[in-house]
Ligand binder design. Sequence first.
Ligand SMILES: [Zn+2]
Length: 756
Amino acid sequence: MDEDSLLGRISRGQRLSVGCGSARSSVGELRCTLGTTMPPLSYMKDKITVVEDVLQPFQCAGVTLLPSRIADQVASVKAYYMGLHPNDILRGFRARKGDWAPGKELGGAYSESGLCFGQWLSGFARLYKSTGDPQVGERALYLMREWAKTIDQDGYFGYTDRGGDNQYLFDKYVCGLVDIYEFMECAEALEVLARITGYMERKCFDGETTDRNHEWYTLPENLYRAYLLTGDKRYFDFAKRFEYTEYWDAFANEEDPFGILPPPEKREGFHAYSHVNTFSSAAMAYAATGERKYLDTVVNAYNWLKETQLYATGGYGPEENLVVPDGLPDSLIDIKRNHSDVDLRFHFETSCGSWAAFKMAKYLMRFTGQAHYGDWIERLMYNGVGALSPMNEYGMIQYGSNYSVFGAQKMRSTVWFCCQGSLLQNIGDYSSLIFFKDEENLYVNLFLPAKVHWKHSQGEVIVEQETSFPEESTVRLKIQCASSQYFGLRFRVPGWSNGVVQVQINGEAYSVDTVAGQWATLQRNWDTTSVVELQFDMSIRGEPLTSYLSPVAVLSGPVVLAKASVRSGHHGGIPVESALRYPADWLDIESEVRLNRFRQLHYDQELRPLYDIRRGEFYQLYHTRHGEESLCADSFEYSGDWKTNSFCRYTASANATCEIKFEGAAICLEGIRGEDGGMADIYIDSEHKDTMDQFAYTRARMPRYDQSSVPFRWSIDGLSMGEHTVRIVAKGQKGDRATGSIIRLSGAKVYKLRKY
Ligand SMILES: [Zn+2]
C-alpha cells in the first residue's frame, strides 16, 4: 500500500477538533481562549538581550511555504500528528493521577515514559507559529493544560509513577513549555514551567538523585532560553549547573575532545546526537552571558564536525557515536546494510540528528552572520530529515539512515521514540531556516518555494521564491515593494557551487561577487516589482568523504544521489543530461546516458536522489574510488629497527625508514594510532611533504561501536601519472600528549587515475 495514502487515511479518520476554541478562530481569538491567567503581552518587558543577533531568523513567522516536496512533508507530518487522539497522548498522565483516562496506550517508548510529549508541545507550538493554523495551536494548549492538571502537588510531572522525571525527559518538557511561551505568547506555560522546575531543583539540590544524569548536558539550552525570555534568574542558575565545561572547553581551546574520556574499560564514548545537541546549550550560554569562550566552542565544534564527522548528507554519528580521528571511512565498511533484523545498523540518527544540526547552524548564523553554516542546513533539508520515508500507522519511524558502501535500505524501527518527537519539531521549524534579516538586508539561505514578508526600516517587502530547485537549476526571486526602496538582497552562495552562480535582474545579466560559502549582495534601489534569477551549475559531481580519497558520494547541487535499480516510469527529477563530469570513469557505469538514467552493463541501475528512494529499496550511497589497489605492509621496503605483529610493522627508532614504490596519481598511507604514537617525516620522490603524528586517545568504547583501536590515514592526490616513491622516516620523537614515539604502518591504497 502506498505510504502517503495510508497517512492520509489515518488523518482523515482520526482527526478531531479538541479544545478550547472554535476551529476557525483567528490568532487573536486563540489568545483570548487562554482565559484569565493570560496577562497582556507586556510579558515581553522582562526579556533580556545580552548578545545582539547579527542575523535575525524569521522565527516561524512571516514565511509561508509554497508547494514543494518539502511543503508536502510538512503537510503529511502535520496531518499525521493532528490525527493522534489527545486522549491517547494523555492517557498515562491521567491514569497516574487516578483520573478518568479514556483512549488507548500509544505503545512503544511512549507508554514507558511519555518520551515525546514535551517535543510534541514544542512541535505544535512551532507549527502553529509557522502556519497560523488555530487547530494546531489549540492542540498545543489543550495538551499542555490537560497534562498540567495531572502534575502532582510536589511538581512531579512524569507519565508513569517512576522514572518519568529524569533530566533527559525534563529537558523536553522545558523545551515544549518555553516554545509555547515564546511562539504562542501564552503565559500559562510559565506557571507550569515554574512548577516542574521547582520539582527538579529540589531533586537535584537535595541530592535525591545523581546531580547529572542521562544527557543532562543538553539542558542549558532551554533553561537559558527561559531565562532570556523571562529575566528570571532561577533558570540562569539552574542552566549553569548543567554546563558541560570539560567537553565545551576542549573545543574552545581546540583540543582533542576524546582526551576527556575515561579509560576504555569504562566503556564510554560520545553519544552523537546529544554531543552535537549540547553545542546548542553552549550557544545559549553565549547568548545569556556574552562570554566569548562559549561562541568559540560552537564555532570550533562546527569546524571539527565538518572536517571529521560529516557524511555528504550532512548526517553524522555511526551507531550513534562521534568517530575517532580517521575513523569515518571505516564506519562505511563496518556498519553494513540493515537486513531488517531488530539490530539497528545505521550511520545517522536522522530526525533527532537533523534537529540538533538545524539548531546549531541557526545559532551560528545568528551570532556570526556567516553564510556557510547554511550549507549544513541545506544538506540535511534534502538528505537528512527531508529524505526520511514516512511513518506507519503504528508510530514506527525510520530512526536511522544507512550509507554503507555495501548498499543500504531505508528501514523503519522503534515505536514512539525520540525521533517521533523531533520530527514534528523539525517540520514546525522548516520555515525559520529559509530567510534571515538584519536592519538593511534580507538574506536567502535556502532555495525552495516560499514567500517572506519582511518589514524593514524603509518599508515592507515581499519576496517569493519560484523554483523547483534542486530539480531545476534556476531560482527566481520575485520582489514586491509598495514603493521603490533601497535595501540589500543577499543570497547564500553554496559551498558546493564553487562560487559559480549566474545572476540576472529583470532579464539582464548582473555582475556580482559570488564566493562559495559567503553571501552575495544585490544592493540597489528596488522598483516596486523586480525579478532576480539565479542559475546554478547542477552538474553531477563526485565528493570524497571529508579529507579522504575514497569512498566518494555523487551529488547534484546539495542533493546526494543514490545508485538504485531503475524505478519504472519514474525519474528522480535531477537533470543529469548535461555536463557529465566524472562518473563514467569511476562509477563503472556505461557511457550511455539517458535523462536521469545510467544503464549499467549487468542490470539496470540509475542515480536517483536519496530522498526519492522508498522504504525497503536497495541503494548505494558511497562508492569506492575507481582504480583502487591495496598494498600490504609486507610489500614495503624497510631499513633500520622495525618489528612485526599481526596488524602492522612498527618502530620507535629515529631514522628507521620505510619505502613504498607505486604507480598511480594518489596514495593513502594506512596505520594505527595510539596514545604512544610518534612522529615521522613523509617524502614523496625525495621531496619533504609533511610530518605525520600518529598520536590519538584510544578511549572511545561503547557497546555498539568499539572505537578503542584508532586508524591512521595520510593521503596525497593529484600526482603526475607514473611511478612514485614514498619514504617514511621515523623521527623517534613524540608530541606533547604522547607516551611514546611509535610509528605503525599497516598498508596503503593506491589510485591509478587523477580523477575520482
Ligand atoms: Zn531520535
